[in-house]
Design a protein around this ligand. Structure first.
Ligand SMILES: [Zn+2]
Length: 264
């Protein structure tokens, strides 16, 4: 009798442990076969590859190398289904309301194909050519119109970017329009302005290898307008200065003076 009671208690304790959120469940198996992967939703397959490769996949990271052919369409369908759930949770009658019947699909396409495409599409191809003329004068590109979204609220960010480059004879030069394409690729992701500017600087530094690099971004954050809390503080200016722009105050002044003149 006593023995039976003890057995019963042990079983109850084990059941309690299984439900206790503080006790971790068995670790997921790390290796999956291709067949197992094929049964998962596309987003899980891509996530699995990223984790295996120990790649970061924050909102502003590009994950194009981990998305296989055809998977973007699957991801769009997944996003649409989840957005449909969001509308449902907001108690919107998407069945009778003709305005919201296709909203989930529209927003999914807008996210994946347009406003966040910088996460899913590979870096635009950019031809670099050697600095044959040995240009070593300050060069300013801008204003480049920028459209992005804040990763805190997924609200639009509209702004302008100016890029200052001081090339040396070893720099690789890229065509003027390519600065805009690289900027657009970095900005078409949910972003934080400070990080976006740093990402852009890293990309240009890696490609152009100039003596000096300066970037200024001025942008309007619509989460401030839309939510109407701090309207007067909605414009934000960020800058990154590297190499010669850090060391040489005259060069920095020249860049900022030219930029101020080109702003109007
Ligand atoms: Zn925001």
């Amino acid at each position: 009798m006593a023995l039976r009671r003890r057995t019963g208690r042990a079983a109850a304790t084990m059941r309690a442990m299984a439900l206790d959120p503080d006790i971790p469940a068995a670790a997921p198996r790390l290796l999956r076969t291709e067949e197992e992967l094929a049964r998962l939703p596309a987003s899980e397959r891509v996530r699995y590859r990223l984790v295996q490769a120990q790649q970061r996949f924050h909102a502003n990271d590009n994950i194009a190398a981990y998305v296989h052919a055809g998977e973007l369409d699957e991801i769009k369908a997944e996003v649409a289904a989840k957005l449909h759930e969001v509308l449902h949770a907001l108690v919107i009658d998407t069945e009778s309301d003709h305005n919201t019947q296709e909203t989930a699909q529209r927003v999914a396409r807008m996210y994946v194909d347009e406003v966040f495409r910088g996460r899913y599409q590979a870096m635009p191809s950019v031809t670099e050519f050697p600095n044959a003329e040995r240009l070593n004068e300050l060069m300013i590109v801008g204003p480049i119109r920028v459209r992005s979204a804040c990763s805190h609220h997924m609200c639009p960010i509209f702004g302008k970017v100016w890029i200052g480059i001081l090339p040396n004879e070893h720099s690789n030069l890229i065509g003027l329009s390519k600065y805009a394409r690289i900027t657009d690729w970095i900005m078409s992701r949910p972003q934080i302005q400070e990080e976006a500017v740093t990402m852009l600087a890293n990309e240009l530094q890696r490609r152009v290898r100039p003596d000096g690099l300066a970037i200024v971004m001025e942008a309007d954050h619509f989460c401030m307008h839309w939510r109407g809390v701090k309207d007067h503080e909605s414009a934000m200016v960020n800058s990154v200065m590297r190499g010669a722009f850090l060391k040489d105050a005259n060069l920095r002044r020249e860049f900022l003076a030219l930029l101020a003149r080109r702003k109007d």
